[in-house]
Design a protein around this ligand. Structure first.
Ligand SMILES: *Cc1c(COP(=O)(O)O)cnc(C)c1O
Length: 490
């Protein structure tokens, strides 16, 4: 499988090259040359792979369609080492629970940092260690986080040979629990950098360093932000696992299997995905492009409604820092959605020049583009199944309280945004799976506000706020970050 850039660079690259590279040299994002197609027979085979051999083996099946430069036994071993009940708490890895009529929750948040990013990041940590050892190289990961990415990356990379992590985060924008999770790590290869600014200042610095090709090469800079294709690929797996659980739970399988036509008419499901940078739901898009029978992909945003606005109007408008709201679902507080370019590339018939014109200098200058008059725009729903909605702080509180009181299910603030929006997009007979992207303990203050008590805390996290912290504070200045990296790579 070869990979190409969304901005038109067609020089073919293999998986392990882009694994360590992140952003393409022309500023675009990598996508596979084509999406492997999964036919009905393969889908049914994967169903039994998941149920009988487990999530790790399902991951291996899917990954091996996209990764052909790691020997099969090695790739299988990496998947087996990553997706264990010890690391993810359950044998299903992403168990499905019934919430209410037609709505299911897929638990993506049982990993080491209690958020869905662990599912991709734990794999990335093992892929990095494998590939770096094979090459005899080192890698310095520079990242930006508003919370969950940073801790997931640090827990995945801590102690890994050949890897250092430099993680920038906006000062005092994370919850105390999130800060404690990250800053309490004492591993020598983990560096926390608190930046005077918002998340997008951090992300812009990471992009600026990545665009300085000389620095990037000299210091072997890589990224773990959601633009990394390997992360996106890892996330594709749990759309399949969710589908297998929901369709068995909701459809008598005999009905599906009777008659020749039934084989091609698979039961459909829909997903609602609490979204920020469009990484999670973009993996859903990839799964759908591969042939997974997904009816709708519903993008749920909070008050930072860049994506909801696009799907409703065709206008993509980047927000300024001042116009980026600080909300109680902070991992969705974005001013632009860095993975969105991947979907637009597909939407515009993979026209790299057009994507470059939209996302390159023009966007930096004007902060917006408008596809409302473009013939492709109405394909977002008709052909690609996307819909969207948004949720507010009041909605989160009401949804958390309601699910707790009526169903005894305590959900986190991001998942609550998803449930609120999912309820607006239900279709009779189509199971709606809401991605549970974090556990409530990460956002305890809002839970207290909603139900009047603290969420339960897993034993391993008791008292972490009181642990010593390891963090360096810095201005939002690319030069300062570069100097820090240079100093700590010596
Ligand atoms: C990162 C994150 C999101 C947003 O995911 P994207 O891939 O950026 O769209 C939603 N919820 C939680 C809890 C997260 O950590």
């Amino acid at each position: 499988m070869n990979y190409i850039s969304t901005r038109g660079d067609q020089s073919p690259k293999r998986f392990c090259e882009i694994l360590l590279e992140g952003l393409a040299p022309d500023g675009g994002l990598y996508l596979p040359e084509h999406y492997p197609q999964v036919d009905a027979a393969t889908l049914e085979r994967w169903r039994s792979v998941y149920h009988q051999e487990g999530y790790a083996e399902l991951a291996f099946e899917i990954l091996s369609l996209y990764i052909d430069d790691i020997p099969v036994p090695d790739l299988r071993a990496i998947c087996q080492k990553t997706y264990t009940a010890e690391v993810f708490g359950t044998g299903e890895i992403v168990p499905l629970r019934h919430l209410e009529n037609g709505i299911w929750l897929e638990a993506l948040s049982n990993g080491p940092t209690l958020a869905f990013k662990d599912l991709a990041m734990q794999l990335l940590g093992n892929l990095f260690e494998y590939e770096l050892a094979r090459r005899g190289e080192e890698l310095n990961i520079l990242g930006a986080t508003s919370g969950d990415t940073g801790s997931a990356a640090e827990y995945a990379m801590r102690g890994k040979k050949g890897v250092r992590v430099f993680m920038t985060s906006p000062v005092n924008r994370m919850s105390p629990f999130q800060q404690a999770q990250m800053f309490s790590l004492m591993d020598e290869n983990i560096h926390n950098i608190a930046v005077d600014g918002v998340f997008d200042d951090c992300q812009d610095m990471v992009k600026a360093v990545s665009n300085d090709l000389e620095f990037k090469r000299k210091y072997k800079i890589g990224t773990v932000n959601s633009i990394n294709w390997a992360r996106l690929l890892a996330q594709v797996v749990y759309y399949f696992a969710g589908y297998f659980q929901a369709t068995e739970a909701s459809t008598p399988s005999a009905e599906l299997r009777t008659g020749g036509s039934a084989r091609t008419e698979h039961q459909k499901v829909s997903f609602t995905v609490p979204s920020g940078n469009f990484g999670n739901v973009c993996a859903g898009h990839v799964a759908r492009m591969m042939g997974l029978p997904i009816a709708k992909l519903v993008v749920a945003t909070n008050e930072n409604d860049v994506l909801d606005e696009f799907f409703k109007t065709g206008v993509y408008r980047v927000r300024t820092s001042a116009d980026t709201h600080e909300t109680s679902s902070p991992s969705m507080d974005i001013s632009k959605a860095s993975n969105f370019e991947r979907f637009v590339f597909d939407l515009l018939g993979r026209d790299g020049a057009r994507v470059k014109a939209l996302f390159g200098d023009a966007l930096a200058r004007t902060g917006r583009f408008d596809l409302s008059q473009h013939p492709a725009f109405n394909q977002t729903t008709l052909r690609y199944g996307f819909q969207s909605g948004q949720s507010t702080h009041a909605d989160r509180l009401a949804t958390i309280k309601d699910s707790f009181e009526r169903f005894g299910m305590l959900i986190d603030t991001h998942t609550a945004d998803g449930v609120k929006v999912a309820r607006e997009h239900l279709q009779p007979g189509v199971p709606m799976i809401v991605m549970e992207t974090a556990l409530p303990i990460k956002f305890a203050a809002t839970i207290v506000e909603a139900i009047g008590r603290e969420p339960d805390r897993p034993a391993k996290f008791v008292g972490i706020e009181a642990l010593p912290k390891r963090v360096t504070r810095m201005a939002a200045d690319v030069g300062a970050v570069k100097a820090y990296i240079a100093e700590h790579c010596a």
